[in-house]
Each structure stands twice: as C-alpha cells, then as structure tokens.
Design a protein around this ligand. Structure first.
Ligand SMILES: Cc1ncc(COP(=O)(O)O)c(C=O)c1O
Length: 382
C-alpha cells in the first residue's frame, strides 16, 4: 500500500511508473455484469437482502461448483459476503477462541494473521520455502502441531507466490487436522486462475475431498470485480446459523446491487470471457518468467496460478525493501517487498504482480533489466 501511494505520487509529479505492485486484475467485470448492473440500478428497489445473500446467487454459486469443479455443494451452505475479506472476518469470528493456536504458512496473505489475532488467536507462522512451493505441507503441519492447535489456514494458490499446494498434500493436511477435531480454512480466491492438472481437468477444490473444510472465495479475482466487494464462503451446515447472526450484526448484508449484477457472472458468455482472461494471465506469466530470467533475477518456484511471481533478489546485493525502494525511485517500477507477507525469507524476496497489460509488463521488465545491470556495474566498480 505504501509503495502504491508513492507510485501514485510519482505519477502525479509527471513520471510514468510501471505498477507491478497491484493485486487486482486490470480487466474489470465481464460485460454482462456491467449491463445487469445498469438494468438493476434502474428497476430494483435497493433494499437489504437476506444476510446470507440472494437465494438465486447462492444457488448459482453452488451450481458453479458442480460445473467447474465437479463437486456437489448444497446452496444452503453457501454464504455470500462483502468480498473474501468479510468471509475471512466472519469465519475467524465464528471459529477462533482466545488462546487457540492456528498454523499459517509464512509467507502468506498478511490480513489473515490480523483477523486471527483480532479474535485472540495465537498465530503460529510456519516458515516455508521453495522445497514445499512456499506452502504448508503435511510434514510441516505435523512438526508444528501442538496440544493447543485448533486450526489451519491455507490459501492455494497463494498470495504472494502464485503457487498451489499439491492436492495430495492439501488432502493430507486437512485429514490430519480433521482427525484432531481442528478446523481448516482454505482460501480458494485464486483457484479459478490456476492451471489445470496434466489431464486438462480444472484445479480441484478442497471440497472434493474434505466436505467439512471452510472454503473462502470471491468475485474479485477470476471475475475481475475487486471494487464490487462481493465474495462467498462454503461452510459446514452447523456453522451457517452462527455466521448468519454474525453477518446480520456486522454489516446486515452484502451490496444488493453487486449481488444482482453478479448473477450474470455465471452466464456462459461471462464464463467464456473469464476463461479467455485466465489464458491471458498464463501468457503474461510466461512473458514475465522469460523476462526475469533475461534480467538475471531468480524465481525459486514458478507459479501455477493467481497473477504473482515471487522473486529472489538476493543476487543483487540488496534486501527486498531497498530493492523495491530503488526500483521505484531509479527505474520507476513499483513492486512489493516480501516483508509485507511474513518473516521467513521475506527480506530476500519481492512480489511482482502481472495483473497488467503485456505492454506494461514488457516495459517494466526492460526497466528492471536495466536497473539490475546498473546495480551489477556499481558492484563491480566498488
Ligand atoms: C489470498 C487472498 N485472500 C483474500 C483476499 C481479499 O479479497 P477480496 O477482494 O475478495 O476481499 C485477497 C486479496 O488480495 C487475497 O489475496
């Protein structure tokens, strides 16, 4: 956020900054959603909806699980929320008691530990590295489990690395936690922006093998609707009334306009648009990985989804913070330091987001290449 503000200030001062720090797709909502929003704004009284969301939207999300991921989810378990953020807030409020220990991979999406700590959890950050694709795995979970561990929080694919937990590992971790009566929250916000398996099948939702996992998802990323503030979670049936009361108290209901418009996300034309965009992200990923290699920057694990690449900048002699600061001030490229996402290895990694056009990416990679070459020349002269 700080680098974003500085990039905006530099733009305002007349510089062209290539913003590779932004975690939101550049596409916007599918056209049918925009048309639906205009229609709905004209002819719908914008009253509150049910706290759990419009029944038709809950059903459409349940149907999407069957069509896209071959899992049967009853619509009564789907709760529409004000973005994945509200889903994370609701489920941590429902699940966490003060003093509960929760295992979270490091690096990971930084807000999770704030939600957990806010409800009194003892957040245990488990260091991960390239050997586990920067994800928790069953060995790490077993090693760090204690008598006070009550839950696991996983995002796959992950922000900041764009890497997924292999399905067999996800399954083993969930099974380990289930056997110990612990909950598992699996954030699948980037699932539909992940590569399929070798047989061309869509990436599997955790619900395919753990029906009682709490699943978080959103309209923000795959559907390109960050500002609409709409997401959902899939809950075990006994949690639904608890989360319903929490949602009623916290924010009454998600945006009525956004919910009506989001119904159009599931029309075949919208899914076709989103699938084209998924392919575009894959092409951008290739372009970025090639460009980084040419620039001499190492990517310890190639991402398989989302729109992030986690780069090891240690060969430049700079730590992540200095690298980001100097890349911004000297090359006018905005990136995000690993320090935003954890502690382990954070000072040697930076996150690059490729949620921007290929032209911008090419220009950003050119500038980064020049910047890294200049650093190397300064190193030789010193
Ligand atoms: C892993 C992860 N979870 C949740 C969120 C929050 O998303 P939303 O816009 O749906 O609130 C983000 C946003 O970047 C994210 O990266």
């Amino acid at each position: 956020m700080e680098f974003g503000k500085r990039a905006a200030a530099m733009e305002a001062a007349g510089h062209t900054v290539i913003q590779l720090n932004i975690g939101e797709p550049d596409f916007g909502a599918p056209p049918a959603v925009l048309q639906a929003a205009q229609r709905v704004a004209g002819d719908t009284r914008m009253t509150y909806t049910a706290a759990l969301g419009l029944p038709a939207l809950r059903q459409a999300i349940a149907d999407f699980y069957l069509r896209a991921h071959d899992v049967r989810v009853d619509a009564s378990r789907v709760v529409v929320t004000a973005g994945a953020s509200a889903a994370l807030l609701l489920v941590t409020a429902a699940l966490v008691d003060p003093g509960d220990e929760v295992l979270v991979g490091d690096p990971s999406y930084p807000c999770n530990r704030q939600f957990l700590a806010g409800f009194g959890a003892d957040v245990r950050l488990v260091p991960t590295d390239a050997s586990t694709r920067f994800q928790l795995d069953s060995r790490l979970v077993r090693e760090h489990w204690s008598a006070r561990t009550r839950g696991l929080m996983i995002a796959t694919p992950s922000n900041p690395t764009g890497t997924s937990a292999p399905p067999q590992e996800l399954r083993a971790m969930c099974e380990f936690a289930r056997q110990r009566d612990a909950w598992r929250v699996v954030d699948e916000i980037y699932l539909d922006l992940a590569d399929g398996d070798a047989g061309g099948r869509a990436p599997a939702s955790v619900l395919a093998f753990d029906d009682e996992a709490v699943v978080i998802n959103s309209f923000s990323k795959y559907f390109g609707m960050t500002g609409w503030r709409l997401g959902w979670c899939v809950l075990p049936p006994q949690m639904v009334p608890v989360v319903e009361r929490l949602a009623q108290n916290y924010y009454i209901c998600p945006s009525t306009l956004a919910q009506h418009a989001a119904l159009a996300c599931f029309e075949p034309a919208s899914i076709a648009v989103c699938e084209q965009r998924r392919a575009e992200f894959a092409a951008r990923r290739r372009l970025v990985l090639d460009g980084l290699r040419e620039a001499g920057l190492r990517v310890p694990v190639e991402p398989d989804g989302a729109f992030y690449v986690y780069i090891d900048v240690s060969s430049t002699g700079l730590d992540a913070m200095s690298f980001c600061e100097r890349a911004l001030s000297e090359a006018h490229v905005a990136l995000t330091p690993g320090n935003d996402f954890g502690v382990s290895g954070a000072a040697r990694h930076v996150r690059l987001s490729y949620a921007t056009s290929r032209e911008q990416l090419r220009e950003g990679l050119d500038r980064l290449g020049g910047f890294v070459r200049a650093l190397a020349a300064q190193g030789r002269a010193a």
